[in-house]
Design a protein around this ligand. Sequence first.
Ligand SMILES: Cc1cc2nc3c(=O)[nH]c(=O)nc-3n(C[C@H](O)[C@H](O)[C@H](O)COP(=O)(O)OP(=O)(O)OC[C@H]3O[C@@H](n4cnc5c(N)ncnc54)[C@H](O)[C@@H]3O)c2cc1C
Length: 395
Amino acid sequence: MDRDILIIGGGPAGLSTALHVARDFPNLSTRILILEKARYPRPKLCAGGLVLDAEVILQGLGLDVSEVPHVDVEDIHFDFRAKGLNIRIPNSHALRVIRRDEFDNWLAEKVRVRGIEIREGITVKNIIPDQDGVIVETDQAMFRAKIVVGADGSNGVTRRCIFPNAPVHTARVLEILTPSQPRPSSLGGVPEGRWGRAYFDFFPVPNNIAGYVWDFPTQVKGAAMRCWGIYDTNMLADKKRPQLKDPLAKEMSRIGFKLEDYEIKGHPIRWFSPPNQISIPRVLMVGDAAGADPLFGEGISIALGYGVVAAREIGNSFQRNEFSFRGYKSRVIRSALGQTLIARWFIAHVIYALKWKWFQIFLWRIMKPIVAFAGWLLVLNWGKRLKSPHPNPLP
Ligand SMILES: Cc1cc2nc3c(=O)[nH]c(=O)nc-3n(C[C@H](O)[C@H](O)[C@H](O)COP(=O)(O)OP(=O)(O)OC[C@H]3O[C@@H](n4cnc5c(N)ncnc54)[C@H](O)[C@@H]3O)c2cc1C
């Protein structure tokens, strides 16, 4: 079966790539096929924190994410041992928390409405590029494509097939969903005013966990819930570390929740590292397959952003009938997306390497205004700068 553009994976990266190709190069939209191994609405382990950059990119596609059930977060706390920096955005929420089964299902529907085909329940097993195209073997049929977009996430098959020996940088992440209040029998309780706030606490860093514990408000089928988790970049993996569960249990117990009362789930996040390759002739990667944010493991806005850059690369390559994707990585790096990824990669290496308690206190408590300013300048606010050229449609 032949299709010009085959996208492997229907998460935010694959769907954003398809939507941006359809917007910027409309004549290519019927030439896209998305293969997704699951069926929507499919579960995806994720806290669902959407930063404003994600909303900006979706607005560029004419999409309004408030159609998806969500909780608006007014303040974000970056703490060290429950004290630190509070971020608010004037006249706006600071973060919007969605559930990924609902968000991805909504985005897939927007893709279908634009006439792009998604085939669900098909698992890609192997990718074999040659001179004239790419053979894609699946559990059901064999496909031949002119180009392939690997949007198959952190555990994807694309990277394994095209870069089998490349170094992998992955974070370990655990997540727990609880009701918004602890069980009545528990000691302690949620302090007033905690609802509507998102907490990141970096207290595990001095214990060689290069990351943070989070607590977000969320909803599941309309019921108020909390999403807890712990993120560890693995940058201090050569040092002795406690089990990830221990600091998470400690943070939860602070407001009366017992970790062992709830189901705990884990999933890796592959993070961006500048030396990593992200394309070969006829195959390019987007989203977690290419690399998410190393600093916070934030990957939804990043995945949507890869879609903007990849669509431009794909459209231009069809216009030139040249599919080497030779300049894809440097165009990603020069884009606003690449700039934020490089900044986050650099900052992560500094703040997690300087793991001592006094430095973390200095950073999150004493340097507050400087940290907030640097975050605003280097980490956030990149979505608006990720412009798409709206080129002429292909003949
Ligand atoms: C616990 C946890 C919490 C997180 N919290 C946040 C957060 O709050 N905010 C945030 O921005 N990011 C968060 N992230 C990161 C975020 O989930 C990812 O960065 C994001 O999902 C990346 O999108 P993607 O489209 O690249 O990959 P995915 O969302 O993983 O999508 C990949 C798709 O490919 C499909 N697929 C995989 N293999 C195949 C195959 N062989 N054949 C066909 N289809 C295939 C999968 O079924 C899936 O639908 C979190 C991640 C974890 C693990």
